[in-house]
Design a protein around this ligand. Structure first.
Ligand SMILES: [Zn+2]
Length: 178
């Protein structure tokens, strides 16, 4: 490459759009040259967005020249991950396993709307329970028995909340695919 060509390339490179991702090690915007999708070679793999899409594997496009190779690599990676996960679960203590199962149950990948509806339903149920328990303390024996049951249910819910907090703390750093 001649000197002029080299200088021209330098100018073109300086003018080229920059990657809009945030670099993990600096926390600053990544300054690499961007590809057509607005991200650099390192950040270019966009996570699919939208309900029920982000947690699914992204398969290579069938018309890519190295589609079979990519597919094999993808399958191998997924298999390795599954094995790692199995291995990790097998090594867990029963307490850790209970926390993990509970975390899985409360973090099932589903649509945003369904998650929001479930949260709202739970919030209303908890409110109803709290309202019932705050009623005037003059009770017949039958009502007292019911009251005791409800209070026990509320205590159980609080215990589960604490377990959830423990599970959250425990799963920190494992990632969404744990
Ligand atoms: Zn980048």
């Amino acid at each position: 490459m001649g000197r002029r060509q080299c200088a021209r390339l330098k100018i073109l490179n300086a003018r080229a759009p920059r990657c809009s991702a945030t670099a993990k090690h600096t926390g600053q915007p990544c300054r690499n040259r961007a590809m057509v999708n607005g991200k650099c070679w390192a950040h270019g793999g966009k996570t699919p967005r939208g309900d029920g899409r982000w947690h699914r594997p992204v398969w290579p496009k069938g018309n890519a020249p190295d589609a079979a190779e990519k597919l094999n690599r993808k399958l191998q990676t997924l298999e390795q991950r599954a094995k790692k996960r199995e291995h990790r679960i097998a090594r867990m203590s029963s307490k850790d396993r209970a926390g993990y199962d509970r975390w899985k149950a409360t973090h099932a990948p589903t649509s945003k709307a369904k998650r929001a509806a479930a949260r709202e339903h739970e919030r209303q149920a908890r409110q109803a329970l709290a309202d019932l328990l705050s009623l005037a303390p003059t009770r017949s024996s039958g009502v007292q028995a019911l009251y005791d049951e409800l209070a026990a249910a509320q205590a159980h819910l609080r215990a589960l909340d604490r377990q959830d907090e423990l599970a959250e703390a425990w799963t920190d750093g494992i990632g969404v695919f744990g």
